[in-house]
Design a protein around this ligand. Structure first.
Ligand code: NAD
Ligand code: UPG
Length: 434
């Protein structure tokens, strides 16, 4: 099939190169010339394991990138994978996505072939109307309806991949959600994903566009709330002198609870959980419902960085101290620092008068752009050298292998926010929740 992917960020590049790998002819469209040039050069514009290889394999062949929307009409399906950032009040800003939908509509205007436009971005159900309207405005004609009228159909196909394992997640999803009211559009989505469903056991859910998106929000809300619940319990465990990881391992054996997403510590960051939870809260409140559990999940999450700093302050006088921050990415395996827990940790250290020396294997360039007032070290060893204390913020594997490097600290105090390093002789070691 011929497929367009509009937006070449974390989701768009994974989608475009993975669809090319499945045998489709893919055009990636992005307004950022550098992003487009990078893909056409055979490289991924972002760090994601396996993505460079995938882009290198297919760029110039079944995958090409462009800044021009002219290519849109040559395809059967267009996916919109555009950012939907949070506004101040937590609601999502659909401006960039609506602009892309409108440009897509304009490129399809006056055509004769059927075409499906699919929202891959995460959009709260009530805000989907903005995107639908922008597409119809650009197109200049009504969108296809359930009873068969109309040439250009609208749909949603939320994405459940995780950063750090995006390529593998895309190839082996546990479910595929196709949200459209138009039956031929649902058939097209079946066709797009046929190479995956042919040899992988994924549940395929056909539903309407709004329910499709609600499944996405409910999925993320459930996982974020699960982490907040274990953090709430783990904070109590810490006060009782109990190891929350031992408790989590035991309750995870109950199949109704499940062992995953029970790692307590600094809490959730990233481009999705904070944004999506806040957007769902804002949309529910706008509709007249106060979601108490979701509000509590955010509140517990917001507390964890401050608790980490309080623990450090129990051992180190922070004013004027030099503190090593190990890990800046919001989780291992990615260079993404959006809403990373490292941000409130660094801000809190500065507020308490500390100097911050930070190290991350891949996320330092991204963090430097948003936190220029930090000293960036070339290695974990360099960050630890002479430090008065260290905070483990991201559980990269290379930190677990640290050993003698801690001996170079002026004051060997290590506070671990992720259970990412072992306690060892000669250092004062404390876990946030154990
Ligand atoms: N990052 C994830 O792990 C993830 C997972 C699932 C869903 N999502 C959702 O997918 C969406 C995209 O997220 P992302 O992390 O890939 O965003 P991103 O910021 O990495 O990428 C967005 C891309 O869209 C481009 N763009 C912006 N306006 C454009 C326009 N008018 N025309 C063409 N291109 C344009 C930008 O230049 C950028 O390259 C969001 O709604 C997000 O919530 C993200
Ligand atoms: O037991 C756990 C599991 C996760 N986290 C934290 O939770 C955040 C999110 O982790 P994860 O879900 O692995 O990463 P994302 O790449 O943000 O993926 C989530 O967000 C994506 C965007 O919506 C969805 O597609 C994925 O299904 C969903 O898992 C990170 O800060 C983790 O450190 C914990 O603190 N404890």
């Amino acid at each position: 099939m011929r497929i367009n992917v509009v937006g070449s960020g974390y989701v768009g590049t994974t989608l475009a190169s993975s669809l090319a790998a499945l045998g489709h002819e893919v055009t990636a469209i992005d307004i950022d010339e550098e992003v487009v040039a990078t893909i056409n050069d055979g490289r991924a514009p972002i760090h994601e394991p396996g993505l460079d290889d995938l882009v290198a394999e297919h760029a110039g062949d079944r995958l090409r990138a462009t800044t021009e929307y002219d290519a849109v009409a040559d395809a059967d399906v267009t996916f919109l994978a555009i950012q939907t950032p949070s506004r101040e009040d937590g609601s999502i800003d659909t401006g960039a996505l609506a602009a892309a939908a409108r440009s897509t509509g304009e490129a399809l205007a006056g055509g004769t072939e059927r075409h499906l436009v699919v929202v891959k971005s995460t959009v709260v159900p009530p805000a989907l109307a903005d995107v639908r309207d922008a597409l119809a405005t650009g197109l200049g004609e009504p969108l296809a309806t359930a009873d068969g009228d109309g040439r250009v159909a609208f749909g949603t196909n939320p994405e459940f991949l995780r950063e750090g394992s995006a390529v593998d997640d895309f190839r082996a999803p546990d479910k595929l959600v196709f949200g459209t009211d138009v039956s031929w559009a649902g058939d097209l989505l079946d066709e797009v994903y046929a190479p995956i469903t042919a040899d992988h056991d994924a549940a395929v859910i056909h539903t309407d566009p709004e329910t499709g998106m609600m499944i996405k929000y409910a999925n993320n809300a459930f996982l974020a709330a699960k982490v907040s619940l274990i953090n709430d319990l783990a904070n109590a465990c810490k006060e009782f002198g109990i190891d929350a990881y031992e408790v989590a391992d035991a309750i995870g054996l109950d199949g109704r609870i499940g062992e995953r997403f029970l790692r307590s510590g600094l809490g959730w960051g990233g481009s999705c959980f904070p944004k999506d939870t806040n957007a769902l809260i804002a949309a529910a409140e706008a509709a007249g419902y106060e979601p108490a559990m979701l509000n509590a999940a955010v509140e517990v999450n917001d507390r964890q960085p401050e608790r980490l700093l309080d623990l450090l302050a129990d051992h180190v006088a922070l004013d004027g101290a030099r503190i090593a921050v190990l890990g800046l990415a919001f989780k291992p395996g990615t260079d993404d620092v959006r809403n990373s827990r490292a941000l409130p940790v660094i801000e809190g250290l500065h507020e308490r008068g500390a100097e911050v020396v930070a190290y991350d294997p891949v996320a330092m360039d991204n963090m430097r752009a948003v936190a220029p007032d930090v000293t960036y070290a070339d290695s974990a060893a360099a960050a630890l050298d002479g430090a008065d204390g260290a905070l483990l913020v991201t559980d990269w594997d290379e930190f677990a292998a640290l050993d003698g490097e801690f001996d170079a600290m002026a004051d060997p105090v290590v506070i671990d926010g992720r259970r990412g390093v072992e306690a060892r002789d000669g250092i004062v070691y404390e876990g946030l929740t154990w």
